[in-house]
Design a protein around this ligand. Structure first.
Ligand code: NAD
Length: 484
């Protein structure tokens, strides 16, 4: 084993003050990949102090927007230079198929840095139309200060990038904490930020578990927490942040409905829904999970999607032919198996899958067969809770009002999809569905130019686009007396 991965604090790579370390494993075979520093409260204090000092240092504070933008552009160049290596690292640590880490995860990260590099020179205030005579009023958009970025294990590299790039473009300094299951690509991102010339302390990276996240959230000198992860942890963060009214952005869980109308192209819906449900082995917040199919087409849809699911190649993500990689950990495997057992116990009809995938070299990894349930009722746990695994629940409906009411009967509201050839139905449904994003006849997509975030218990705020600029700035009004 190589030397343990260290923490990035004030531009230096240092061990945890306690000397503690943890390990990360390849979920396709359970082997240890690396040892990494397990940060503690003292390291959180040091990282926040370094970020505060960097925020106040003229080397960052007075850097021109043009220079700031160039640095972000440089990070994008470096991501592209190391793209193949980064994708392999992500695939080993997270498990996702190499085609996804290469073609989606790493590509998106570079794209996001370029997008916000452009915005660094376009953070503008407004002239306000006040009615007070002889008075000028204008607004400034100012950075918040020190922001804590806490990320999950499902798309570690892309999610770190999509928080980091807008936070830096708007002039903040950050302490970034990746998930304990998948720290390696974020540590590499830290290295690329140093190489791109970001001043010491502007980007700090702390690895470790929930305790590190909690200490960051509780820290009085952190101005904002931007969190992506589970709804339960999001609720804890919101409660903890109430103490000092810290700003909080939350990208949380989802349970996306997919409505397939009577006139839909069923073959296209099968292909799109299968990919939309199973990309990253279903470990995606926007994954399609509840399929409301017009009753006249439900049998056909079920038969076809179950048959297609059985043909998917399951294997280690590093194998270029793999479509379905492992789940991220034993814990996640047990969780998914528990939901599937619950579905059977509650009377859902198991059409295919339902068990751990084994044989063919899969036994030491955390593989689960793609699983399709039919005859699912709205009150079943598999139809209500986020499973985060390769499990599809098929329900049927008789009319549009009913489909909308049932699709909206959820505490979540992150994403949804509609499959139809009827243009008016597509727009009607897009307007009526309670979700931050509605897709029509397509896969779930993320793009730096389009807002991403949820209604209800899927979160607070929006990432991407100009929305993220608002999330990482405060508005200040300036009044100037012009009277002589
Ligand atoms: P998680 O909530 O368990 O952990 C996420 C991060 O929070 C990790 O870094 C973890 O160490 C840290 N953490 C845990 N407890 C904490 C606490 N009390 N205070 C502060 N930090 C804490 O989530 P996960 O299991 O890593 O990720 C899966 C979840 O993420 C799913 O629910 C999924 O829907 C969600 N997710 C949402 C989006 C989105 O854009 N809405 C995107 C990806 C994933």
């Amino acid at each position: 084993m190589t030397q343990a991965e260290r923490l990035l604090i004030a531009g230096e790579w240092v061990p945890a003050e306690s000397g503690r370390t943890s390990r990360t494993y390849d979920p396709s075979n359970g082997t240890e990949l690396a040892e990494f520093a397990e940060a503690g409260r003292a390291d959180v204090d040091s990282a926040v102090a370094a970020a505060r000092a960097a925020f106040e240092d003229p080397a960052w504070r007075d850097l021109s927007p043009d220079a700031r933008g160039r640095m972000l552009w440089k990070v994008a160049d470096l991501i592209e230079r190391d793209a193949a290596e980064l994708a392999e690292l992500e695939t080993h640590d997270q498990g996702q198929p190499i085609a996804m880490s290469t073609g989606v995860n790493v590509v998106l990260a570079a794209q996001v840095f370029r997008y916000y590099a452009g915005w660094a020179t376009k953070i503008e205030g407004k002239l306000s139309s006040v009615s007070v005579p002889d008075t000028l009023h204008y607004t400034r958009r100012e950075p918040l200060g020190v922001v804590g970025l806490i990320t999950p294990w499902n798309f570690p590299f892309a999610i770190a990038a999509w928080k980091l790039a807008p936070a830096l473009a708007t002039g903040n300094t950050v302490v970034l904490k990746p998930a304990e299951q998948t720290p390696l690509s974020t540590l590499r991102l830290g290295r690329l930020c140093v190489e791109a010339g970001l001043p010491a302390g502007v980007v700090n990276v702390l690895t470790g578990g929930p305790e590190v996240g909690r200490a960051l959230v509780a820290h009085p000198d952190v101005d904002k927490i931007s969190f992506t992860g589970s709804t339960e942890v999001g609720q804890q963060i919101a409660a903890a942040a109430a103490t000092d009214l810290k700003r909080v952005g939350l990208e949380l869980g989802g349970k996306a409905p997919s409505i397939i109308t009577r006139d839909a192209d069923i073959d296209a819906a099968v292909v799109g829904n299968l990919q939309g449900a199973l990309f990253n082995t279903g470990q995606a917040c926007g994954a399609y999970t509840r399929f409301y199919v017009d009753a006249k087409r439900a049998d056909e849809f079920t038969e076809k999607i179950a048959a297609a699911a059985q043909t998917l190649k399951i294997g280690p993500g590093i194998d270029p032919d793999t479509v379905l990689g492992p789940l991220v950990s034993q814990e996640q495997l047990d969780r998914v198996a528990g939901y599937v057992a619950g579905g059977v116990a509650q009377g859902a009809q198991l059409v295919t899958g339902g068990d751990r995938a084994s044989g063919r070299g899969l036994d030491s990894g955390y593989f689960f067969s793609p699983t399709v349930f039919a005859g699912v009722r709205d009150d079943m746990t598999i139809a209500r809770e986020e499973i985060f695994g390769p499990v599809l629940s098929i329900l049927s409906y008789d009319d549009e009002d009913e489909a909308v009411a049932r699709a909206n009967d959820t505490r979540y509201g992150l994403a949804a999809v509609v499959w139809t050839h009827d243009l008016t139905a597509a727009h009607r449904l897009a307007a009526r569905i309670h979700a931050g994003t509605v897709f029509v006849n397509q896969l779930p997509l993320i793009d730096p130019g389009a807002p991403w975030g949820g209604f209800g218990m899927s979160g607070w705020g929006r990432e991407m686009g100009t929305f993220a600029l608002d999330e990482f700035t405060e508005t200040k009004g300036v009044w100037v007396n012009l009277a002589r």
